[in-house]
Design a protein around this ligand. Structure first.
Ligand code: CA
Length: 417
């Protein structure tokens, strides 16, 4: 298990991942009270010394540091994410990004070919991660987004007491990068830079992930994920391969369902061979997008029976290791298809649907539990357990058991005794 955090696994703490799985406990009533920043900062310097960070470096980086209020604001503003799935996907899979990605694939064709040969990870997937994580590096030049990593992580280590051990470990890892002279500081006038949550470089590695999975692909002796495209892309390929990417297999494909299909079969968890899916009437939405009949795939309906269906293969789970949000993984997957030249989805999203607010999601969970359908708690997150409870409820009242939540479903459960 390489996920850096229990609550928000993935290699970065991106806005979306944690938005869908809010985890920061900055305002949680049961969190320990934070130390004053100066005292906390002194503790961080002492902790860094136990992690092979030279004392002089830790002092120089931390002794006069002030917290960054924007980082805490970003960390606290993640809770109530109510954007529809397709809005998120379409904000990321834009014509401009597809065009930019195809240009990058051409510009770096030799690098992509060398990385494919070495790691067995498809170039379109790598380019999709690159596009989603940093707009092919463009974000790294945006001073409104890029922040000094040491300051951000120190701010979080001292301002998020519930997860302080995670943040201080990442901070020590960032200081180790500096101590080992791995970052091209001569090209980063602001020092080691990253997102507000400390994710760094073209494909947004957390410092601990950097230490484990970053590679020097251009052979200059440094693992430079900030300014070397070969290093950043090969590091991403190395991460994916290390987490189980199967060379030669895609992520899956859009599927076409037969009339009257039993949505309960799309339970997210039951793999079947493509031959078995075919026997159930499920076919690729476009010909030749899935491999031989013996290959296994799982059917998902991320927007319910009225939206597009997908047959996902084991590599899709590897994309989810990067960031556990389904919206994120689908965005990477669908962008990779578009970069390969595929024309886009056959079936449209159910665009008229309103997404529930956090309060409404908690109300839904409370009502499911009251009716005997266990959701695994009332946290406002529609995860696998809540979707399983929803399917059971839907089945019990004769609705398609697709586990999909919209306002109509909430109305239905509110009106069901
Ligand atoms: Ca290098």
């Amino acid at each position: 298990m390489s996920s850096p955090t229990r609550h928000c696994p993935g290699i970065r703490r991106a806005v979306l991942a944690c938005a869908l799985a809010p985890s920061l406990a900055l305002a949680a009533p049961d969190a320990p009270a934070p130390l004053p920043f100066e005292a906390c900062r002194a503790d961080l310097i002492a902790f860094a010394a136990t992690q092979a960070v030279p004392q002089g470096l830790a002092d120089a980086q931390l002794a006069n540091l002030a917290p960054d209020p924007d980082v805490l604001a970003a960390a606290t503003n993640q809770g109530e994410f109510v954007r529809p799935l397709w809005d998120y996907i379409e904000a990321s899979v834009t014509p401009a990004r597809i065009e930019a990605g195809r240009a990058k694939l051409a510009e770096h064709a030799e690098t992509f070919a060398a990385i494919e040969a070495r790691y067995g990870v498809d170039r379109h997937i790598l380019a999709a991660f690159w596009g989603v994580e940093s707009s092919f590096g463009a974000v790294l030049d945006n001073p409104a987004v890029v922040k000094p990593v040491v300051r951000s992580l120190a701010t979080l280590a001292c301002g998020d007491p519930a997860r302080a051990p995670y943040w201080r470990t990442e901070l020590a890892a960032a200081l180790q990068i500096l101590a080992w002279n791995q970052a091209p500081l001569e090209r980063m006038p602001g020092g080691l830079t990253g997102s507000w949550a400390g994710a760094m470089g073209h494909t947004q590695f957390m410092p601990s992930v950097y230490h484990r999975d970053a590679v020097d692909f251009d052979g200059d002796g440094r693992r430079d994920i900030w300014t070397s495209v070969p290093d950043a892309l090969a590091s991403t390929a190395n991460y994916l391969r290390a987490h189980g990417w199967k060379p030669g297999e895609g992520w899956g494909a859009e599927a076409r369902l037969p009339e009257g299909f039993d949505a309960a079969l799309a339970d997210e968890t039951t793999p079947r061979s493509l031959a078995a899916w075919r026997a159930l009437g499920v076919r690729p939405a476009r010909p030749d997008t899935l491999p031989d009949e013996a290959a296994e795939a799982t059917l998902i309906l991320p927007a319910g029976i009225r939206g597009p269906a997908f047959l996902i293969r084991p590599n899709f789970a590897v994309i989810l290791r990067y960031n556990t949000a389904l919206a994120y993984a689908l965005t990477v997957a669908l962008l990779s298809d578009r970069l390969r030249g595929d024309p886009g989805l056959v079936r449209d999203w159910p665009r008229g649907d309103r997404v529930l607010t956090g309060d409404e999601r908690r109300d839904l969970q409370t009502r499911l539990i009251a009716r005997g359908f266990a959701t695994g708690g009332v946290d406002g997150k529609i995860g696998p357990k809540t979707r399983a409870a929803l399917r059971a409820f839907q089945g019990s009242v004769g609705l398609p058991a697709d586990g999909y939540v919209d306002a109509a479903l909430l109305d239905r459960i509110r009106g069901t005794p």
